[in-house]
Design a protein around this ligand. Structure first.
Ligand SMILES: Nc1ncnc2c1ncn2[C@@H]1O[C@H](COP(=O)(O)OP(=O)(O)O)[C@@H](O)[C@H]1O
Ligand SMILES: [Mg+2]
Length: 286
């Protein structure tokens, strides 16, 4: 019988749901704190009692990513794969991958100095959206509407110690309704889709920012674009996020590698944790 291992650094609703549901289904599962694992170049898989299939659920992008590379080195199957985490955890790599695979996505400029960033904006005009290339929960995602604020933020970024602050990811602002769409993808299936409506006095629609969810229909158009997006980044258990552009229709703006589904669970009739478990136990057979 396959034993699952949920790696966490902080137990959220999602990790708890997966663990509780596995127990209910009679599936062997352990919860292990990623912070307590060490690996060496001489380590052997059998020395680490981490079951047969690992669900990497660390909140910290870097912890999850580099621990996954160590675990794959030892031969563990990890959901999601290192390569998937590397692409999805980085908005610049995600945008390039989506564009390469011709998945509709907002037009995005990449600049490598504040002057370059200003030049990009001069070409397109305001408003634009500036995002950190690594980050989540809407942190540091700024709608920029004029030179004054843009210059101040660029100045802050140039002076900050974080070298990633000097990588500028500048996206066209999509004229969308006050919502976006979160799709939960498990393997080849889109198991749930929800609208996320932004909270009052908030432009971002993240549930972490108080966004409210509502069931969304899984139309053919949505299904087609989401499955192409998921395949483009390498598949697995993913949260594919889209915006509805008035003219162009659906655009994928982000793919989450450690998908949160608390908001979707509240409204979806599908048991998301259960679907993730069913997929995980069959991953060895794929
Ligand atoms: N180009 C854009 N146009 C309009 N709204 C956007 C745009 N980019 C992001 N947003 C809003 O900001 C939210 C957070 O941006 P996102 O790229 O998903 O970053 P994060 O990884 O922090 O969630 C999105 O869910 C959406 O509501
Ligand atoms: Mg997002």
């Amino acid at each position: 019988m396959v034993e699952l291992c949920v790696l966490y650094d902080k137990v959220r609703f999602e990790e708890k749901s997966i663990y509780d549901k596995a127990l209910k289904k009679g599936i062997k599962i352990q919860m292990t704190d990623a912070k307590n694992i060490t690996v060496t170049t001489d380590s052997k898989r059998k020395e680490l009692a981490l079951g047969d299939v690992i669900l990497q659920r660390s909140i910290s992008h870097f912890r999850g990513l580099y621990l996954t590379s160590c675990l794959e080195f030892l031969g563990f199957p990890v959901i999601n794969k290192f390569k998937v985490g590397e692409t999805c955890g980085n908005k610049l790599l995600t945008s390039l991958t989506l564009a390469k695979h011709k998945v509709p996505t907002p037009k995005t400029h990449f600049a490598f100095s504040s002057a370059g960033a200003m030049e990009a904006i001069d070409g397109t005009g305001f408003p634009v959206v500036l995002k950190p290339i690594i980050g989540s929960w809407g942190r540091g995602v700024f709608p920029l509407r004029d030179d004054e604020v843009a210059n101040m933020i660029f100045e802050m970024r140039e002076e900050d110690d974080n070298p990633l602050g000097r990588i500028y990811y500048i996206q066209e602002m999509i004229q969308r309704p006050p919502r976006d769409i979160r799709c939960i993808v498990v393997g080849d299936d889109i198991i749930a889709a929800v609208y996320r409506y932004s909270a009052q006095n908030e432009w971002r629609t993240n549930v972490a920012r108080g966004g409210k969810t509502e069931n969304a229909p899984i139309t053919n158009e949505l299904e087609e674009i989401v499955s192409r997006a998921a395949k483009a980044v390498g598949g697995g258990v993913l949260g594919v996020d889209l915006m509805e552009d008035q003219q162009r229709g659906l655009l994928v703006h982000e793919i989450n590698n450690t998908v949160e589904f608390r908001g979707a669970s509240n409204v979806s009739t599908v048991d998301i944790a259960s679907a993730i478990i069913d997929y995980s136990v069959t991953v060895l057979k794929r």
